[in-house]
Design a protein around this ligand. Sequence first.
Ligand code: ISL
Length: 536
Amino acid sequence: MSGQAAWWKHGVIYQIYPRSFYDSNADGTGDLRGIILKLGYLASLGVDAIWLSPVNRSPMYDFGYDISDYYEIDPIFGTTGDFRELIREAHGRGIRVLMDLVLNHTSHLHSWFLSSRSSRSNPRRDWYVWRDGSRDRPPNNWRSVFGGSAWKWDDHTCQYYLHSFLEEQPDLNWRNPDLKKAMFDMIIHWLDCGVDGFRLDAINWLIKDRRFRNNPAVPGAPFFQKHLYDRNRAEIHDILKELRGILDRYGDRMAVGEVFTLPPGNPSLSAGYLGNGEDELSLAFDFSLMYRPWDARRYHRTIRRWMGHIPQKGWPCHVLSNHDQPRGISRYGGGRDERKRAKVAAALLLTMRGTPFVYYGEEIGMKNCRVPRCDIRDPLGKRYWPLFAGRDPARSPMQWSPGENAGFTTGRPWLPVSADYREVNIEDESLDPYSLLNFYRSLIAMRKKKAPLNRGSWKPVLKGHHGVLGYYRKHEGETIFIVLNFTDKEKRVHVHDRAQWKVLLSTHRFVNTHFTSLEFTLLPYEATVVEKFGKL
Ligand code: ISL
């Protein structure tokens, strides 16, 4: 596929958590019509695609990641007609639409599982993972991601079924050819509907060890184990190759896979799912950066490692926040400087080589919301409170305005609105030329306009010593240099490159200011992007 056609390499992708984006019918939960109503905003932000966390029919034990019908839209979000309209309207504005595909498991209320569970001889029995055991002795020691054994005893058929996540999320058996065909048919259905691609949930869980061997223990950590036999099995690659074959038949469709590992971030493993760069996933997430403390050197090393693992023909992507992790701005720290740090992080995300993913609300600096215990909805929060408040803090309603419920709903919001919405909201930030929101807009617009930024090479020169990152992005004779001060101190930087430079975008300098060398005294938390426009 030509570089031109691969929009997913050069564009910016925006993740929407539909429950929390915009509520069009006052039931307190965001919906598809709400997204349609806000397409103008998304276009003004300049994003090329939106990825929607699951909107399929679901009993919502895991808020949509437990699908009970892959072909239907859950009524809380709207109808299939609304979904088709969203695709049409988004396409009309040049915005592509990605669906979240949960392939590892279904809801326990999916008709497939109801059949599978009905008897041992049901033709769909083998679509899920059933094993013998006795009531008090599960088939092996595998643990669920969400805690406890990954096996659930079924009284009716006296066997265990596997659930890598909640017991309401039984794992599918991808070794069964009929199941695999049913899943591929479903994928083809959505491609035919005009969906531009998919985010593949928990893709590294897809296949389990044929012999169901016990996972080795982690010495000294009784609740952890080395997930040798229930994750990252080699056969997953064969499935991804088949899937890529389907996508490629449609030309410009893509798949980005969620590769979650513990400890989080494993660049060689994540990049492994890109295959030779052209025959498996289009993009793979690696979450290393989300777990780094705010330190330029650590950031540099993490990015270098990630870039180093991307196959020659493959393409990286970068992400700072999503619906499972604490929000970026709440992780960077910095107290009163947190929004300055958020600008530096945004400049990094949007000037790197690799597709940037922006999580809704990140562009205005939404923080983790304080969710009182009685309002917790995430099953993880319910299970682990007060040790862990769960994932709700990063899923609070989008802050559209300083009005009631931050303009998200006229009903009662399904999760509390963050207390800071009177200052942190889209309406007010749109009016402030120096807001984080307008900085995101400028970064995205600049990235779109400048080929070195959206497709060029990456050459780091200032590698985080003294808290500063500096790197070149180059493409066909054009050169851009980015410099980022991660600290609250002034920093003197000097890169020997005498030429005519001008500022494209900066947190602290006027656009078009000229320089004859890359010699600056950076202000605290300065992020500056300069372009070479002539020789001296
Ligand atoms: O959420 C996590 C830690 O807080 C992760 O371990 C997460 O479970 C893992 O990244 C897989 O996540 C995906 O699948 C889950 C779903 O709950 C997550 O929201 C989804 O992103 C099960 O479908």
